[in-house]
Design a protein around this ligand. Structure first.
Ligand code: DC
Length: 217
């Protein structure tokens, strides 16, 4: 079994890269951001206080299911709902709580145990799978990241300006990199790739080349 990790900030293109790489290698793909988003979605819907004490209680009752055809929460398809901007900002808040991180990190290790996975997130190479066979840190300039999100949101019919997105992105980046547990950070042994001026195909070619070098056989 082999684990490959892809960490990096929001909008760096991790999801497309992780999905594409998993497909090329015949590995499964673990979108750990979707797990934090599910916790945030429930907290918002139930109007829960985002505190260790309150969230600690209900976490274990959640059934988060990352299936090939979407993200399911207690059998409800929440693939679209977890991409709402309120949930994005809620996710970076719940992700700062130790009780949430401890629970989801254990879940991620349980899911990947004994299998071949490409895992994407913020702490996959540093905390969750420090022994991963191959680690990547994907970045892109602030403007490129915000423009990518703007395009996605406009395609979904949402009206938002580049300035609003940049502000939201800065706040999320600050929360994600300043928290004390599992902050967004490049692992010492991760290969850094700047995706700003590269197509998805170019990034996938580079990732695949590096992985073939890391993996035995
Ligand atoms: O990758 P994403 O945008 O879907 O992640 C949503 C939020 O969850 C993001 O603000 C950071 C947090 N997150 C995290 O703290 N650790 C992870 N492994 C994945 C995501």
């Amino acid at each position: 079994m082999a684990i490959i990790t892809i960490d990096g900030p929001a909008g760096a293109g991790k999801s497309e890269a992780a999905k594409g790489l998993a497909k090329r290698l015949g590995f499964d793909h673990l979108d750990t951001g979707a797990m934090y988003r599910c916790v945030a979605l429930v907290a918002i819907r139930r109007q829960l206080e985002l505190s260790e004490a309150v969230l600690g209680h209900f976490l274990k009752t959640l059934r988060i299911d990352l299936r090939p055809n979407g993200v399911f929460l207690d059998d409800e398809d929440v693939t679209q709902a977890i991409r709402e901007s309120e949930v994005s900002s809620g996710a970076s808040k719940v992700a700062a709580l130790d009780v949430v991180r401890e629970y989801l990190v254990a879940e991620q290790r349980r899911i990947a145990d004994g299998r071949n996975f490409v895992c994407e997130g913020r702490d996959q190479g540093t905390v969750v799978f420090p022994e991963a066979a191959c680690k990547f840190f994907l970045t892109a300039s602030e403007n490129v990241r915000a423009e990518r999100r703007l395009k996605q949101l406009h395609q979904q019919g949402k009206s938002i300006t580049l300035e609003e997105l940049l502000e939201d992105q800065r706040q999320r980046d600050a929360r994600d990199s300043q928290r004390k547990t599992g902050p967004l950070r490049k692992a010492k042994d991760a290969i850094e790739i700047d995706s700003s001026d590269q197509s998805l195909e170019q990034i996938l070619d580079r990732l695949e080349r590096e992985v073939r070098r890391c993996l035995p056989g």
